[in-house]
Design a protein around this ligand. Structure first.
Ligand SMILES: [Zn+2]
Length: 703
């Protein structure tokens, strides 16, 4: 009896606490926006996309391997808290205004010549690609924020494409004949417009958009998937093509997609990837876009070799090219592991989309972990704090505005600018925020909902037997360890909510109305809570974070160490007075000097409240005090080799900038303060090590 009363009291306290939280302090900035779509509209959109998908999952005729998660329409998940601040900065900054900054974004996809870099006749060439990247991000963010102005801007650009197709054109490049798709580049650009139109349909349910997608993809000239990653071609149209099939059920679209996977060249490539053979020049953005392709066909075939080919490619990238912020080097080709290597901003967006696809297909938390690592680290590092300028490349170590100094490719450099010379990155970066927000929650085939990527948000969705459900997700994660979820179904309803237990977390806990959930039943890192949910139910997730370290060797052989806290990569900041003005006197010559994992786990973590407005400030709410060795280490250069494609012989190929090749000597102890990598524009995040820290070389990253 006493226990019952105690439990009742506890529940009352939880409910009251929740009401207080909902009422005060947590009202998201755009909560009262007049454009917010009501539950009825969202239920209708769920019917046109999610229910259709769920229906297919029930029939093994078509989806032979049930995908684990189904995306919600853009706008079902809205950012709150710090994430809303960042999304609004994007809307007020580059994403919302890119067409006002450059002719490529003002004029592309409008059936006319475009005067811009890389433009070819009649508006083809680079502007098609770059502008499609932007439109894909713009249309998602517009509906996520229910921002009337952005919606109008996106519609004004996408509607003519839809109308052009419906008037009779065979492709989204509606002003030109189908032969235009013989250009590998334009065919590739076409796929990115396809992705934008899929999002446009999911966000609006407009049947004209779906009709255009079906018309184009029923009989689409997909080029072969070859074992090469240069130059671009249009095989990635398979992505929007399969989405079109799921959304429409049009079997001719499916037949066209499946036929691509049956070609001999496709099968040969899959076999080679499964054997760890990856050919030719390796342009990183093409690598990320192409390695996804076999896995996309897995749900329709249940052919494990397809999924395994993609996984094999990811393992290869991890081993040879992945940097601590979760993306490979790419400047612009894969360039090995190195603290001064460059990652092109396009790779941040492309890697996220590939890992989102794998998360949807497999339901494995591994992909969520990878996505959080990229989103909380690599993503904020490429835009200035006000989202007005961006950089083309980032690097794990960036000590001043001239280092890394060698510009690896022709497109841009490490400086922050409103626009860089080549416009792919300023287009692609707009996808990163909405792609993350949109997939924070996903539907499951059996009528449940899964929290796949953490952060503050509000959700309007449908679960169980068509019941409208609101979810209020309150947290400062990843800057806090506790995440609170208030569940509000319109009436008591039975359905399952799934929660991810991050792989880096040793002791997670999940409570429903104060009662602990048994986590031993978790599958693929997700624990599923099935019950009758009622208004006022509260779920509390705790993910205790501990500093941890991961080490390895640069491709030059130089040992390094990086420190992590939860999903955050931590870095020694070099303070700045703006994006291109680092403090030249700031010291950075320290080495990692801890003797054991226990010393790392015991590091002191300084916490404070997250600032009122969040713009990835240097004054981060999380910091780690770490003893380190003072040193006089300098970057060194190491001659590089490459393999001649014709003769197979090794030949000299420039120099790589490297950390010291051996452990460095200490000049005495120091204490340094590490903050999240994403809050820095200049930093050291890959440290050289001292001899007593050599154990770290074998300690690998956990997502
Ligand atoms: Zn780029």
């Amino acid at each position: 009896m006493q226990r019952k009363i105690h439990h009742g009291l506890r529940r009352l306290i939880v409910v009251m606490a929740c009401l207080v939280l909902l009422g005060i302090g947590l009202a998201p900035a755009r909560a009262a926006a007049p454009g917010d779509r009501p539950a009825r509209k969202m239920a209708e959109l769920m019917r046109v996309s999610v229910e259709r998908h769920r229906h297919l999952c029930d029939s093994t005729d078509v989806l032979k391997a049930r995908p684990a998660f189904i995306p919600l329409p853009p706008g079902a998940v809205k950012p709150a808290g710090w994430l809303a601040d960042w999304a609004e900065a994007a809307a007020d900054g580059i994403t919302g205004h890119l067409d006002e900054r450059h002719n490529t974004f003002r004029s592309a996809w409008q059936a006319k010549d475009v005067r811009a870099p890389g433009a070819r006749v009649q508006g083809t060439g680079w502007p098609l690609e770059q502008c499609a990247y932007w439109l894909d991000g713009l249309v998602r963010l517009a509906y996520i924020l229910d921002d009337t102005e952005l919606i109008a801007k996106a519609r004004a650009r996408l509607d003519p494409v839809v109308e052009g197709v419906l008037r009779g054109s065979p492709s989204f490049i509606y002003w030109l004949p189908k032969e235009q798709l013989n250009s590998g580049f334009d065919n590739w650009a076409h796929s990115h417009m396809g992705r934008a139109l899929v999002a446009y349909y999911q966000a609006t349910g407009d049947p004209r958009v779906l009709a255009a997608l079906v018309k184009v993809y029923r009989d689409y000239p997909l080029p072969p998937l070859g074992n090469r990653f240069y130059p671009v071609n249009g095989i990635v149209n398979l992505d929007p093509m399969l989405e079109t099939y799921v959304l429409s059920g049009d079997e001719q679209v499916l037949r066209t997609a499946l036929a691509a996977g049956e070609r001999e060249s496709f099968r040969t490539t899959v076999e080679q990837w499964n054997q760890g053979q990856f050919g030719g020049r390796k342009h990183a953005v093409i690598v990320y876009e192409n390695i996804r392709v076999p896995a996309l066909l897995y749900p329709c075939t249940a052919d494990e070799t397809l999924l395994e080919a993609t996984r094999s490619a990811v393992r290869w990238l991890d081993r040879d090219h992945r940097l601590p912020y979760g993306v490979t080097s790419g400047g612009e080709d894969l360039a090995g592991i190195g603290s001064a290597q460059a990652t092109e901003t396009c790779d941040v967006a492309a890697s996220m989309w590939t890992f989102l696809s794998l998360l949807r297909i497999t339901g494995d938390r591994e992909w969520s972990g990878r996505l959080e690592r990229i989103f909380f680290n690599a993503a904020p590092a490429i835009v200035d704090r006000d989202f007005q300028t961006h950089c083309y490349y980032q690097s794990p170590n960036r000590i001043n505005s001239r280092f890394p100094g060698r510009v690896p490719g022709p497109g841009g450099d490490f400086s922050f600018r409103p626009i860089n010379g080549t416009l792919c990155c300023v287009g692609n970066l707009n996808r990163i925020l909405p792609d993350y927000i949109m997939h924070m929650w996903m539907a499951t085939p059996e009528g449940g909902l899964a929290w796949t990527l953490y952060g503050p948000c509000r959700v309007q969705a449908v679960a169980g037997e068509g019941v409208n459900v609101q979810l209020e997700c309150t947290t400062a994660y990843p800057f806090a360890e506790t995440v609170t979820l208030a569940v509000s179904p319109e009436r008591p309803a039975a359905f399952a909510l799934s929660f991810r237990l991050p792989a880096w977390c040793a002791g997670p806990s999940v409570e429903v109305n104060g009662e602990a959930v048994d986590l031993s039943t978790a599958r693929a890192g997700f624990v599923r809570v099935e019950r009758t949910w009622r208004e006022g139910d509260v779920v509390t997730l705790r993910f205790p974070m501990q500093p941890r370290v991961a080490g390895g060797r640069e491709s030059t052989g130089a040992p390094y160490a990086s420190v992590f806290y939860g999903p955050l990569l931590m870095a020694l900041p070099i303070p700045d007075d703006g994006p291109n003005q680092p403090d030249p006197t700031a010291p950075w010559q320290y080495a990692f000097d801890l003797a054991s994992p226990a010393e790392v786990a015991g590091l002191e973590v300084a916490r404070q409240e997250i600032p009122e407005t969040w713009d990835w400030p240097l004054r981060s709410p999380v910091a780690i005090e770490m003893p380190a060795a003072r040193s006089d280490w300098e970057f060194t250069t190491v001659p590089q080799q490459t393999t001649d494609m014709k003769t197979g012989q090794k030949k000299p190929h420039g120099e790589a900038c490297s950390l010291p090749l051996r452990p460095v000597k200490s000049k005495g102890p120091a204490t340094i303060r590490l903050i999240p990598y994403g809050s820095t524009m200049y930093r050291i995040s890959m440290f050289p090590i001292t001899a007593r820290a050599e154990w770290v070389i074998d300690d690998k990253q956990t997502d």
